[in-house]
Design a protein around this ligand. Structure first.
Ligand code: TTP
Ligand code: MN
Ligand code: MN
Ligand code: MN
Length: 379
């Protein structure tokens, strides 16, 4: 087995969904650098930036799946999206890795990291409700640079952005596993009390085994098809005092056809929310500190998604991520299997027939893929 791993000429599968990618890997120095360039590309607004970003992510994803550390340029030979004779984009990844191997750092990456544009865009996009296009307007049109600039300037903000600024400090602290488990438990107990048999499943980064994240993603479902209906409104009402903000998205029951599958957005009834997380022992703390009579709490992002049983396995797969894993498995399915995979189901590309599945394992099997547990989808 060891010999197989050390042979650099061995072919690494092209698609990230065909190989194991653990959370902890051996090439962080290189993948961090490539992901800075990916992030920078996503901040920019030229017609090629999406493709550029993807190329950096693909190169990074290849490195994350290697069971050894890259120590010399020769090991890059034949690596997908890094060593390719006919791709200048792969060449760019290779150039960066080579620079880091030879100099210990990459001039280009350092230049981007230290640029005013990158630093400001990172701050602005770190505000809940702000994306690259708003951030670019603030940077270029209004000449804003810092969080202070945003707070002091009388900007027209959306509801999201107003709250994003108000709770900026809280929302930019990572949500810890222990806190996520507390919130999940509360939502689960509330749901099952409202309707017996209701299930609440942790998806997103925490399902992949991360010990912190930027939010908590929860799928609400029920073993009897249809019994999940109405759960979102009920649980939000029951937990009203626990939420600072809830942004509800109505479900779009129109069946997603293969024609619409390009859109990565799904059609589930869901809610992007800000949760008022009360710290453990805060009541005790408040007694000893007269200034904090209400106890201490922090704003935390929680996503709730309501899913009918027949789509549950697909929704769990689609919401477990990473975003790159989802992109890769969908690309594999379309190109190699002539099927369409979404968070709602699986369909034949030509006749749009639905193919059902009751578990993630069954989906992988029907796609001719070896099963990857969530902890191996960290690409
Ligand atoms: P995120 O919560 O954005 O990311 P994450 O949980 O992987 O990482 P973090 O710890 O930073 O929160 O998204 C989780 C998954 O949900 C991701 O695979 C994409 C998917 N998703 C959808 O399918 N539809 C949506 O509308 C959104 C917002 C996410
Ligand atoms: Mn998440
Ligand atoms: Mn995220
Ligand atoms: Mn989320």
């Amino acid at each position: 087995k060891k010999a197989r791993i050390d042979k650099t000429t061995d072919r690494i599968p092209m698609y990230a969904c065909q190989r194991s990618t653990p959370l902890q890997h051996h090439n962080k120095q290189f993948t961090d650098a490539l992901e800075v360039l990916e992030e920078h590309a996503l901040y920019r607004d030229d017609p090629n930036s999406e493709a550029r970003a993807l190329a950096f992510r693909r190169g990074s994803a290849t490195l994350k799946s290697l069971p050894y550390k890259i120590t010399h340029v020769g090991q890059l030979k034949n690596l997908p999206y890094i060593d390719s004779t006919n791709s200048s984009k792969a060449g760019h990844c290779k150039k960066i890795i080579t620079e880091i191997l030879e100099e210990g750092f990459s001039d280009e990456v350092e230049g981007v990291t230290n640029s005013e544009f990158f630093k400001s865009m990172k701050i602005f996009c770190g505000i809940f409700g702000v994306g690259p296009s708003t951030a670019r307007k603030w940077f270029y049109d209004l000449n804003l640079r810092t969080l202070e600039d945003i707070k002091t300037k009388k900007l027209t903000l959306t509801k999201d952005q107003t709250l994003g600024l108000r709770y900026h400090e809280d929302l930019n602290k990572p949500l810890l596993l222990e806190e996520a488990n507390h919130i999940a438990k509360l939502v689960r107990e509330t749901c099952t009390a409202l309707r017996s048999g209701c299930t609440v499943t942790v998806v997103g980064g925490f399902r992949r085994g991360k010990d912190k994240g930027h939010d908590l993603d929860l799928i609400i479902s029920h073993p009897i098809e249809g019994n999940e209906e109405g759960m979102l409104a009920m649980v939000l009402e029951k937990l009203d005092e626990h939420f600072i903000y809830t942004e509800k998205k109505a479900s779009n029951t129109k069946r997603q056809t293969s024609l619409e599958s390009r859109s990565t957005m799904d059609h589930f009834e869901k809610c992007f929310s800000i949760f008022k997380y009360r710290h453990e022992g805060s009541a005790k703390q408040s007694q000893s500190n007269i200034l904090h009579l209400e106890g201490t709490w922090a704003a935390k992002r929680v996503d709730l998604i309501v899913v009918p049983k027949s789509q549950f396995a697909f929704a769990v797969l689609g919401w477990t991520g990473t975003k790159h894993f989802e992109r890769e498995i969908r690309r594999y399915v379309r190109s190699e299997k002539k099927l369409v995979l979404t968070s709602h189901g699986m369909y034949t590309l030509d006749t749009n027939e639905s193919i059902s599945a009751d578990s993630e394992e069954e989906i992988f099997e029907k796609l001719g893929l070896n099963f990857l547990p969530p902890s191996e989808r960290c690409c």
